[in-house]
Ligand binder design. Structure first.
Ligand SMILES: [Fe+2]
Length: 249
């Protein structure tokens, strides 16, 4: 089991223990008329959000966060767990090793792994680099932005423009090399820079599911507002990990 999968497995196990410890009165309610679908089980787990779903109001509404995290990311994870039933190596190999070697997979699963494991990696990064009261870039990250991306203001303008130009669904990333060099790059669908041997320092999801409830067709407004959700201390941690060669997804 990869460190990512293992960490999420233990998070899930802790959640189950917490549910079991709840008072009995919680169960003294009328049973739901429709049984809930069984939760997909397997090596892949959606990482719990480290903040409430309304943490980014009014920039990202709580309902969008709920659907995005629970349903969209949840679907990628459910699909991966189904794939892992017949391809158990998916749950035991490190995610970057799989995404960086898609050609090693059998033809019948390569496309599904590309989409669903790419989606799992991208969204795991996305939830991680967001947070309330996220501060501002400083230190080494700010120095790299100044050096490679023309300063913070130009960087954010260029990043928003790249995200706006991405036709259809996809992502806009800041990629980082092991020597700390930054670049703005887009990818279609759920492709990840990991597939090209790179890493995402940060990235914004420009699929319509990330913004449509609140912003409808106004993707540029979403791209501008999203900066209010970035947790720069997490970005700094990822930058240090990228330079140390320890950044996962
Ligand atoms: Fe998404």
């Amino acid at each position: 089991m990869s460190s990512l999968s293992r960490r999420h497995f233990f998070s899930a196990a802790a959640g189950i223990a917490a549910v079991a410890a709840r008072p009995r009165t919680l169960f003294a309610q009328a049973p739901p008329t429709t049984p809930a679908a069984p939760a997909p089980t397997g090596p892949f787990v959606v990482p719990p959000l480290p903040y409430p779903t309304n943490a980014f109001e009014p920039h990202i509404d709580a309902r969008t966060m709920e659907i995005h995290h629970d349903k969209h990311h949840g679907a990628y994870v459910a699909n991966l767990n189904n794939l892992a039933k017949t391809n158990p190596q998916l749950g035991t190999n490190a995610v970057p090793d799989i995404l960086g070697n898609l050609n090693a997979l059998n033809d019948d699963i390569r496309f599904a792994v590309r989409n669903n494991l790419g989606g799992h990696a991208n969204h795991t990064m996305f939830w991680e680099i967001m947070g309330p009261d996220g501060g501002k870039p400083e230190g080494e990250v700010l120095a790299a932005i100044d050096r490679d991306l023309g300063g913070l203001e130009k960087f954010q303008t260029d990043f928003n423009a790249a995200g706006g130009r991405q036709f259809g669904s996809g992502w806009v990333f800041v990629t980082v090399t092991k020597d700390g060099k930054l670049a703005i790059e887009t990818r279609p669908n759920q492709d990840s820079p990991i597939m090209d041997g790179k890493r995402a320092l940060l990235g914004n999801d420009v699929w319509e599911h990330a913004y449509y409830l609140h912003y409808q067709n106004r993707r540029p407004d979403y791209l501008k507002a999203w900066w209010n959700t970035v947790n720069w201390s997490k970005v700094a941690e990822r930058y240090a990990a990228a330079k140390a060669g320890t950044l996962g997804v």
